[in-house]
Design a protein around this ligand. Structure first.
Ligand code: NIG
Ligand code: FE
Length: 418
């Protein structure tokens, strides 16, 4: 049995006796914390915690690995519930074009955007994709992420979609991250299907999906519900087809316009609806009578200069909000969840406490790992990070651009992240 004790923790944050769902509304500004704490881990699982003032006597110190936190904070690792980190190449040319005045849509219409990444990915080998994705996994671990959802959607052919999902499966085996995979063939319409989109939706549902299910390559199914991409009706068709194979729905919704993705997601029982820049009152109302978790992706809104999603209004209305990075080569070439906190505080007026809840417990439920991750709770996986020396948790969004993370423990083991 391996035993680990973290001592003299200045603040042990996000400590919850039990969790049964995302934290909502006013509760999002409450971040339970033990000052001057200890944390015990056994065989990769959180075994106990408490205050140093009531530190229990330990019979046999020799079998115990002891880490002196000495004034540092401990938080559960970030849960990044929306990424596209398996991709080939990069799209800095489009970035420069946008600076010069082209819009994301204009670039996409010219064959750039998702189709640009699809062309690159179709020509890349599984090994190449794996190597670059592993680098990104190591990068996000060093920034405090311990669990990540990864989507397909740069394949857009049966073969290339399966290739992406197989890479994700190998990442699950090769990294200490907790990973969930999402089938997102409904990410863009390939050029050859532009005038016959129905045929592409048929292919997604009738040809590729059964293979994805047979190889058990995905837990979720997702659709980019947007003008020039997939309509609410097509979104519903894809999500309902996924359900038949046990895949849980997610939707890229209301990113570029108010188009119906949220309402469709709620109707189909999606676990989350993500982006939400164009959410209005009617979407907030629909979300309030659902279990669907609204997820904001501040990196994408920032990088493509989209309007702010109404995070404040959603929380004030009593909703839970999750934060994820959307790490992808087009709209968010960063998976840095610390920077996502800064963006959410400054741009959306979320408090640092709300951001931590949004990026741990709420994002954990948004990727269906809330029972085992997202808080310091006895019985959950020992996934946590120790910060550099700092006053309090507000320092994380405050010191934007610097890495607050000193060391990362996943499944109770320190991960080498250099
Ligand atoms: O989440 N919105 C659609 N999909 C991605 C963008 C993908 C890309 O541009 O490559 C997103 O922002
Ligand atoms: Fe996305």
């Amino acid at each position: 049995m391996s035993k680990l004790l973290i001592k003299n923790i200045k603040q042990l944050l996000q400590v919850r006796e039990e969790t049964s769902g995302p934290v909502k509304g006013k509760d999002m500004d409450v971040l339970p914390c033990i000052e001057n704490a200890w944390l015990a881990v056994e065989d990769g699982i959180i075994a106990d915690y408490g205050s140093m003032d009531d530190f229990p006597g330990i019979a046999d110190w020799s079998k115990l690995e002891i880490v002196e936190a000495d004034g540092r904070l401990v938080l559960p690792t970030w849960v990044d519930s929306h990424t596209h980190i398996v991709y080939a190449g990069s799209r800095e040319g489009e970035f420069t074009d946008r600076i010069k005045g082209l819009t994301y849509e204009e670039i996409a219409q010219k064959g750039g955007g998702i189709l640009n990444s699809a062309k690159k990915l179709q020509n890349a080998s599984e090994e190449e994709l794996l190597a670059s994705a592993l680098e990104r996994c190591n990068e996000i671990i060093s920034q405090g992420t311990g669990a990540v959802e990864i989507k397909s959607g740069y394949g857009l052919t049966t073969e290339a979609e399966l290739k992406m999902l197989r890479v994700i499966k190998r990442l699950k085996e090769l990294t200490p991250l907790t990973i969930k995979a999402t089938y997102l063939a409904a990410h863009a319409v390939p050029m050859e299907y532009k005038t016959q989109k129905d045929k592409y939706v048929d292919l997604i549902i009738n040809e590729t999906l059964p293979k994805v299910a047979e190889e058990k390559l995905a837990e979720f199914i997702d659709v980019f519900c947007e003008k020039n991409y997939f309509t609410p009706e097509e979104t519903e068709r894809v999500l309902e087809a996924g359900k038949k194979y046990g895949l849980v729905g997610k939707v890229h919704a209301e990113q570029m316009s108010n188009y119906g993705g949220v309402i469709t997601g709620v109707k189909c029982g999606a676990i989350s609806v993500d982006h939400l820049e164009y959410v209005e009152e009617k979407e907030i109302k629909a979300l309030l009578s659902s279990q669907t978790i609204p997820t904001i992706l501040p990196g994408a809104a920032f990088f493509v200069s989209l309007p702010n999603p109404p995070a404040r209004q959603m929380i004030d209305a009593g909703l839970p909000v999750a934060i994820a990075s959307d790490f992808n080569p087009g709209t968010s070439p960063s998976g840095n969840m610390n920077f996502m906190q800064s963006l959410s505080c400054v741009q959306y007026k979320m408090t640092p406490n709300e951001c931590v809840n949004a990026s741990t417990i709420n994002s954990a439920y948004a990727m269906n790992v809330g029972d085992s991750l997202g808080s310091i709770t006895i019985g959950k996986k020992a996934n946590f990070f120790i910060t550099k020396k700092m006053n309090n948790v507000d320092m994380i969004p405050y010191a934007f651009g610097s890495n607050p993370v000193e060391s990362v423990y996943l499944n109770g083991k320190k991960v080498s992240v250099k």
